[in-house]
Design a protein around this ligand. Structure first.
Ligand code: ACM
Length: 551
């Protein structure tokens, strides 16, 4: 018995040593080599930062220094002295988002080519410290701030590591969006796709069309009707002013997250049609209201009306002003053509463009919008993204410089796009719609789609699986989507996206041959503390000591 106890005790200590020795980095870097010992922070630390494009590296370090001060009390100050214990050096041979991080007893050296690389090196550095630093809050329990000796060489597999939030169905507000951006940045995700319009709500102020938010941002039901669930008659809504958008844009930029605004047109547009039926509706003899139901509304924009085309161009103009990033998403999913088929203007436009496929009216609409953007000065150019239904029409008029976001039959759709020489992003409904249940437990919150996508299923999706080498250059990356039909509150959004967002982040960042689910489960354990200290809800299923029932 004593011998058994001895061995059990030995095993416990060994495993404690091994576990303490393991790192909990997510996403897993491409290469990690452990050194001996660790670097221990003094209360005051000097950092020497190479000069680069004005003060852009300085700005990244200064933001980090402020976060470090708040979380640890350590004061990190820039110095021109090259004997500083923390050094940031330029290495032009690295890619924009790549970094090298070397930590030993004497100090920390970071090599980067660009500010994005430095930002990602610092995210890794934060994960090497206690998790309260990632959460950005103090932790009285930590006695010593130290980082294990390590050499990391890292860069992302994919340029696009995205997350989409649908605020058309339910509106959560900028504080919740900022929390999500924080979590994305911690996991080195870099595209926040903001689904801002839907049949059930228009969420962004457009100065030229005030009724979009006076009318289109409000509906007579908080819940959305479906089956036995009926609209509840409660006035519900909200929207972002252009000032709000400016604030969120500045917040995201500091975290190297590009925002991709989506205006889903001409389908999923009933809220816009209800706001301006005179210029957008296919038929004036029926009542148009912001939708209170789930599903796919037939009340689409009349793409043959020049006023509707003007409307879309004007909206795009204001979007370009609000969002100083590379892409605008124009939606394009699930757009019924029934109203166009019954509309005289639409039928004659279809004949004019020489097609019998009503889907081509949608393509023609996009072509006009694309030409409108192409005529703008260089600083106002934006690339366009569409959901993969755009491939159901003749897309030749749209040229090759569009990006197809593949969701339905995603692998095949993405390959189809790539074969046509179009860029593509993988956001497969199964398993990357992380609004779906994450376990079969009856305690799971109701969410759009009947399916269950466990953390493991999400993790084990293999992007670009078996794709011919010459097509791989068209695959920009991966994206998780959150559709909010059933989700009225931000806490449930958090519960559903975490920790599955981390699994998608790792697919976007880490090369496939390094990815391993059981290792991910080991590493993610540390993030329960990150989530708790950050004050966000999360799915408990894979966390030791937590129960899946604990919603
Ligand atoms: C989509 O899920 N309708 C893009």
């Amino acid at each position: 018995m004593k011998i058994r106890l001895f061995f059990l005790t030995l095993l416990f200590f060994c495993s404690a040593i091994i576990r303490a020795d393991e790192l909990s980095l997510i996403p897993l870097p491409q290469s990690v080599e452990r050194g001996n010992g660790s670097f221990v922070f003094d209360k005051k630390v000097r950092v020497n930062v190479a000069e680069y494009a004005g003060d852009s590296l300085f700005a990244v370090i200064d933001d980090f220094a402020e976060e470090l001060r708040v979380a640890t009390g350590i004061v990190l100050k820039r110095t021109k002295s090259s004997s500083a214990v923390v050094r940031v050096l330029i290495d032009d041979s690295l890619a924009n988002e790549a970094y090298r991080l070397h930590v030993d007893k004497m100090g920390i050296t970071i090599n980067v080519a660009c500010p994005a690389g430095l930002f990602y090196a610092l995210q890794t550095l934060k994960q090497l410290l206690p998790r309260n630093v990632v959460a950005g809050v103090p932790d009285e329990n930590v006695e010593e701030w130290s980082i294990p000796a390590v050499t990391i060489a890292d860069e992302p597999r994919f340029a696009w590591r995205g997350f989409m939030l649908d605020e058309g169905r339910h509106f959560y507000g900028k504080d919740e969006v900022k929390k999500i951006i924080d979590i994305m940045a911690a996991y080195k995700m870099n595209r926040f796709h903001w689904h801002l319009t839907e049949d059930q709500g228009w969420r962004v102020e457009i100065k030229k069309y005030p009724r979009l938010t006076e009318v289109g941002a409000w509906r007579d039901s908080r819940v959305l009707g479906w089956g036995d669930t009926k609209p509840d008659g409660i006035l519900y809504g909200g929207f972002y002013t252009q000032e709000d958008i400016k604030e969120v844009v500045a917040y995201a930029r500091k975290r190297f997250v590009e925002i991709v605004p989506e205006i889903d047109i001409p389908g999923h547009s009933q809220a816009a049609v209800a706001s301006y039926p005179g210029i957008l509706a296919c038929d004036m003899n029926v009542w148009h209201e912001v939708w209170k139901w789930q599903g796919i509304s037939a009340d689409v924009i009349n793409v043959a009306d020049p006023n509707a085309v003007r409307f879309a161009k004007d909206v795009i103009d204001e979007l370009i002003e609000m969002f100083p990033f590379g892409y605008i998403h124009l939606g394009g999913d699930e757009c019924p053509t029934a109203k166009w088929e019954r509309n005289e203007e639409c039928r004659s436009l279809l004949a004019e463009i020489g097609s019998k496929n009503f889907r081509d009216l949608q393509i023609n609409f996009y072509k006009e919008l694309k030409e409108h953007i192409a005529a703008k000065p260089a600083t106002e150019q934006r690339k366009l993204i569409f959901w993969n239904e755009v491939l159901y029409g003749n897309i030749e008029p749209l040229g090759k410089d569009i990006t197809v976001m593949a969701w339905v039959g995603a692998d095949r759709a993405a390959e189809n796009a790539a074969k046509q020489g179009l860029y593509t992003i993988l956001s497969p409904q199964i398993p990357y719609y992380i609004n779906r249940r994450q376990s079969p437990l009856p305690t799971e919150p109701r969410s759009q789609g009947q399916g269950t996508e466990t953390v493991e299923a999400v993790y084990n999706y293999v992007p670009m699986n078996g794709i011919a080498e010459d097509l791989q250059k068209y695959y920009l990356g991966v994206q998780a989507n959150f559709w909010s039909e059933w989700v009225v509150d931000a806490s449930t959004v958090q519960y559903l996206i975490l920790p599955r967002l981390a699994a998608v982040a790792e697919a976007g960042w880490t090369h496939q041959h390094l990815r391993d689910y059981s290792d991910f489960v080991r590493r993610i354990q540390a993030d329960a503390l990150f989530y708790r200290l950050k004050g966000v809800n999360y799915g408990k299923h894979i966390f030791e000591g937590d129960s899946g029932m604990n919603f």
